[in-house]
Ligand binder design. Structure first.
Ligand code: C2E
Ligand code: CA
Ligand code: CA
Length: 693
């Protein structure tokens, strides 16, 4: 047995057994005993666990060789010696020691010095593992650090409060931007934090949120450095701690974006007027408000006359400028309480409030028309623009916004029909007309493809020898749903929709084909009259189309006669003049249709090289019993003679009419007296059996 092991043995006996029993029981704590040479004399389970040495391994080993890291070896030895020699205690402290595997062990170490009955001093060390504690601390540190980073990164304001609103803590990444420094808030109540009267709204909503004790959010406005801003406050209750968190965010940008989107959705870009949606919404609201007051609201549907032509001929840029100017005039004319909106294109809506009688509304509407009386000046150019207005009134003409708008629209159509630049009140009868019109429009769609159109031909008879010299091509529409529709009804609709262009081409193609068929059977010259609507002249390819048709069927241009009305010439458009000149230059004949019904201006007859004048059937039918009709027909024929125009009388129904026209020197007649308009096949049959008188 070595002396070391003897000492050990000795030491062991001098220890208090009951103390050891206690230490053995607490294996969560490391307890070590050392003799004066710092050799291990006691090593409990806790020490084995904490430092990795078994009791057998540790006993007899020196403290500094076991668990003391090299850096503190000297100071530990010195500290121990000093305690033995001078009685200076080694204070308890947190210290880093060493595991058997070399890893660091963090402990809280306390020390006691025993003196046994032999006067031998023994040091007991009690070490508590700080690993878990350290980790928890580190985690807490980390969490706090992370939170701070988050608060820093988020531009929001955070208030932590007691449930009564007393501020406990406050975070802001940018205190400069906000009201105050954080310390000023702590201990105060959130609802009295800002004395500013700007924050009344915030405080009221905050108080409410605190009262309700459930998570909410609200928005409020606040001007910072005189810049109006929008904020959102989110209130979150932390029930476990009886605390409330308020997160305040500057949402001015989102608010602006939302406003912009709202503006784009509800306002017209060009004029900044309320658009169709908003206008109808405003009307609905007005109707609701006025349900109680029983006040009448007038809905005015405005449509600029021939605005499309301005767009087509001068370009959209000019059109846009003109629209803006129109809106200015309208705005200057209506009263402050009236509303105006843009329904789209050249259509506007005006809502008049507080007028009770038709007279009042008529006056207000007339002043709108008057506003257009002076020409518009655009880039040095004078433009005349008029407007047609339809009026519907609540509650008589409808009690919903859409009904009123639709009826005002219908009335507007009527105003157009009355010759534009005027207004019209809605009547119940208009609805019937409108309904029919919509039906026609719907059925006309695709009617060409379904081959529902057919060209009929009405014979034209030479008065001098009662022979067929030609025909007028007249379109017919057979629709399976609506039946046979007369051109007087559907041609205006076709003009409106633009479908007249394709229908017109069909008529020309058929008429030229008729001529080529006629040529095969008859050697004689034949005259084919075809009606042309003003709208067809807007088609740039009109002249080329007609010419190509004639060429392809080898028909002389002289055999074709185009009938136009005075209305076409009235507009004075240069492109119409050009086309007419090209037509007559090629040799195609021009006929003035419906003479007597319009201005009957001789000027046009001279200005354009007309070949034929067609007297309207209204006068022709009156000649036998109406003196003034007789006089007019007589004068017309005389005038045509001097202008070297061929005179055609249409609508001849009786022998008496024919005789009288013959006496007056009319050249050609057309009418039921000879024949109704016939199909091509019927016409060929008719011509065979045609009896010359
Ligand atoms: P319009 O050019 O004045 O055509 C003559 C109209 O008088 C035709 O009516 C014809 O059927 C009718 N009529 C002929 N003889 C008599 C008669 O003895 N008594 C009476 N009461 N009426 C007679 P329709 O075919 O209904 O055409 C009406 C109008 O439609 C035409 O008037 C013309 O302006 C237009 N139209 C017809 N076909 C075409 C076409 O192909 N293109 C264009 N743009 N317009 C057309
Ligand atoms: Ca005609
Ligand atoms: Ca006619």
């Amino acid at each position: 047995m070595t002396s070391g092991s003897f000492d050990n043995l000795l030491n062991r006996f001098v220890l208090n057994d009951s103390l050891h029993q206690l230490f053995d029981a607490v294996d969560a704590i490391s307890v070590q005993g050392y003799d004066e040479q710092r050799r291990v004399i006691y090593w409990n389970k806790g020490s084995e666990r904490l430092y990795g040495y078994s009791k057998e391994e540790a006993e007899g080993q020196k403290l500094e060789d076991l668990i003391i890291p090299d850096e503190i070896r000297t100071s530990v030895i010195e500290g121990h010696l000093a305690w033995l020699n001078t009685g200076k205690e080694i204070p308890a402290s947190e210290i880093t020691l060493r595991h058997k595997n070399g890893k660091k062990v963090f402990v809280f170490s306390s020390h006691v010095l025993f003196v046994n009955q032999y006067g031998v001093r023994q040091m007991y060390c009690i070490d508590i593992d700080l690993k878990d504690l350290r980790q928890a601390q580190a985690q807490a540190d980390f969490k706090e650090h992370m939170l701070e980073s988050i608060f820093d990164a988020i531009p929001d304001l955070f208030f932590l409060m007691k449930s009564d609103g007393t501020v406990i803590d406050y975070y802001s990444s940018n205190t400069g931007d906000f009201f105050s420094k954080s310390n000023d808030f702590i201990g105060k109540n959130i609802s009295t934090l800002f004395s500013d009267d700007q924050t009344d709204d915030f405080q009221a909503q905050m108080d409410n949120a605190l009262k309700q004790k459930s998570n909410t959010q609200f928005e409020y406005e606040y001007s910072l450095h005189k810049v109006p801003k929008h904020f959102e406050a989110r209130v979150r209750f932390i029930k476990e701690y009886d605390q409330v968190m308020v997160i305040i965010r500057d949402i001015s940008e989102q608010h602006k974006a939302a406003e912009l989107i709202r503006h784009q959705a509800y306002y017209d870009n060009l004029t900044s007027l309320p658009n169709r949606f908003l206008s109808l919404e405003q009307l609905s609201r007005l109707l609701q408000e006025n349900q109680r007051s029983k006040e009448k609201i007038a809905v005015l549907f405005l449509d600029l006359d021939d605005f499309k032509k301005i767009n087509d001929s001068l370009g959209h840029e000019v059109g846009d400028k003109l629209l803006i100017k129109c809106v200015k005039r309208l705005q200057n004319t209506i009263r402050k309480q009236d509303l105006i909106g843009r329904l789209g294109g050249d259509e506007f809506i005006v809502l008049l409030k507080g007028h009770t009688t038709h007279e009042d509304i008529s006056k207000a509407t007339e002043s709108l028309l008057k506003a257009f009386r002076t020409p518009f000046n655009l880039d040095g150019r004078e433009l005349i623009l008029t407007v047609s207005i339809g009026i519907a009134m609540s509650p008589d003409d409808g009690d919903s916004a859409s009904d009123l708008l639709r009826n005002a629209d219908t009335a507007m159509y009527q105003a157009k029909e009355l010759g534009r630049n005027t207004y019209s009140f809605f009547t119940k009868e208009m609805n019937v007309i409108m309904q029919r019109r919509l039906e026609l429009e719907a059925q006309m769609h695709g009617a060409l493809d379904r081959q529902e159109f057919e060209v009929y031909y009405q014979p034209q008879i030479d008065v001098s020898n009662r022979k067929i010299v030609g025909a007028e091509a007249l379109i017919r529409w057979h629709n399976p749903v609506l039946g046979n529709i007369l051109p007087d009804e559907f041609i205006p609709v076709a003009e409106q929709t633009g479908l007249i262009v394709s229908i017109g081409k069909l008529v020309i193609r058929q008429a030229v084909y008729f001529l080529s068929e006629w040529k095969k059977e008859h050697k004689k010259q034949f005259n084919m009259a075809v009606n042309l609507s003003p709208r067809q002249f807007r088609d740039e390819g009109l002249f080329e189309f007609i010419r190509d048709q004639l060429i392809s069927k080898n028909i002389a241009p002289e055999q074709l006669e185009l009938e136009i009305t005075e209305g076409l010439l009235l507009s004075g458009k240069s492109y119409i003049k050009e086309t007419l000149n090209k037509i007559s230059k090629l040799g195609i004949k021009l006929a003035m249709d419906d003479f007597g019904t319009g201005y009957s201006s001789l000027g046009y007859l001279r200005e354009f090289s007309f070949d034929v004048l067609k007297m309207d059937r209204a006068f022709v039918q009156g000649i036998t019993n109406n003196k003034s009709d007789y006089d007019l027909v007589k004068a017309t024929i005389a005038m045509s003679r001097s202008l070297e125009l061929l005179v055609v009388a249409e609508g001849v129904e009786t022998e008496a009419q024919l005789r009288m026209l013959e006496d007056l020197g009319c050249d050609i007649v057309q009418g039921f007296y000879f024949s109704k308009p016939l199909t091509a096949r019927e016409f060929f049959e008719y011509s065979k059996s045609f009896q010359y008188s």
